[in-house]
Design a protein around this ligand. Structure first.
Ligand SMILES: Nc1ncnc2c1ncn2[C@@H]1O[C@H](COP(=O)(O)OP(=O)(O)O)[C@@H](O)[C@H]1O
Ligand SMILES: [Mg+2]
Length: 315
């Protein structure tokens, strides 16, 4: 017998999807480390790989970086929330199979459930629809993905989520130019990629590699964001350039791509992510949040221009 709380509608309960997604448990340790069990619902490598279109999503934007630790996930979460604050319907997809961190940054502990059509229903936090590839593997398991398995998981992940109508889908890629970026860009026609960097020369060299990869794959580069750009004094709001100034801007100019703006290096940005309430959600009126707001305005301008270009091409 099932008990219902006072005020709960038993019929509604029956219709509400509550079972964990069967495929969430599919990727077990033995499969990760080399087991041969075929995965139900996962496309085999021999089948033709069709493009996944997601027609109800207007802009599909990958957030990429040449290397890890530059603040890609931090930027992805804060941009997504900032876009939602501007009134858009926004989804955030954590495709970083090697270090999914978006659920933590968004303060999510629970797992998604499935719809009657067996689609994964995104979790909602800070007005964002959220899905993470981290939900597909137990947290304590090492993310030792084999190439074909990663390929299948990413494709399944892309096609099995019930996003609904979205203005923006922000996709947090793993760092670098590896398998996930390749699979994702080949499976899903992206509006474009945004590259996150820090100002040091070593990071900027990776930006060039990232830009080259997306260009080879035919994915437009929407722009570069320089994160941890300067230190913002919490007392007087004075800017201190800790690293060499304007590296991201100059590199963007040299590569002929847009510079979307810079984000300060700031303890609050870091703490907010650790606590699961990104700074743009927790302190929307702070100078740090307005830095994210300016990046979003630039991004919107770039997209409007590229929409106009498309219309001109069609004419
Ligand atoms: N602008 C920033 N100021 C302070 N800390 C930051 C900033 N951006 C990112 N961080 C911190 O740096 C670490 C790495 O950021 P993360 O977004 O996980 O990077 P990535 O996704 O590129 O690996 C995290 O602890 C994050 O809170
Ligand atoms: Mg990350």
């Amino acid at each position: 017998m099932k008990f219902f709380k006072k005020g709960e509608d038993p019929k509604k309960q029956e219709n509400t999807p509550s079972k964990p997604h069967p495929e969430l448990q599919v990727i077990s340790g033995s499969e990760i480390s080399g087991g041969k069990t075929p995965q139900p619902g996962v496309q085999s490598q021999q089948q033709p790989q069709q493009n996944i279109v997601l027609p109800n999503i207007k802009y599909k934007i990958a957030i990429a970086s040449g290397k890890g630790g530059v603040g890609k996930s931090t930027v992805a979460t804060n941009l997504a929330i900032s876009l939602a604050q501007n009134g858009f319907n926004v989804g955030l997809m954590d495709a970083d199979a090697y270090g999914p961190s978006i659920p933590t940054m968004m303060g999510i502990q629970e797992k998604p459930v499935t719809s009657p059509e067996r689609k994964l229903i995104p979790l909602i936090r800070h007005d964002i629809r959220l899905m993470s590839i981290g939900f597909m593997v137990p947290e304590e398991q090492a993310m030792i993905w084999r190439g074909p398995m990663l390929h299948s998981a990413i494709r399944q992940f892309l096609s099995d989520v019930e996003w609904g109508e979205l203005d923006y889908l922000i996709i947090d890629l793993p760092p670098g130019t590896g398998d996930v970026a390749l699979t994702l860009t080949q499976a899903l026609p992206l509006t474009g990629a945004v590259i996150v960097t820090t100002p040091q020369d070593v990071a900027l060299a990776d930006v060039r590699r990232g830009v080259a990869m997306f260009e080879r794959l035919g994915v437009p580069i929407l722009g570069v964001i320089e994160n941890m750009s300067y230190f913002l004094c919490p007392h007087c709001n004075e800017k201190t350039e800790i690293f060499r100034a304007d590296g991201g801007k100059k590199t963007s100019e040299r590569l002929g791509v847009a510079f979307l703006g810079d984000i300060p290096l700031d303890a609050e940005v870091c703490t907010a992510g650790d606590l699961g309430v990104p700074i743009v959600a927790g302190q929307p009126d702070s100078p740090q949040s307005s830095a994210f707001g300016s990046v979003v305005s630039e991004l919107e301008n770039v997209l409007i221009e590229s929409d106009d270009d498309d219309e001109l091409t069609i004419l």
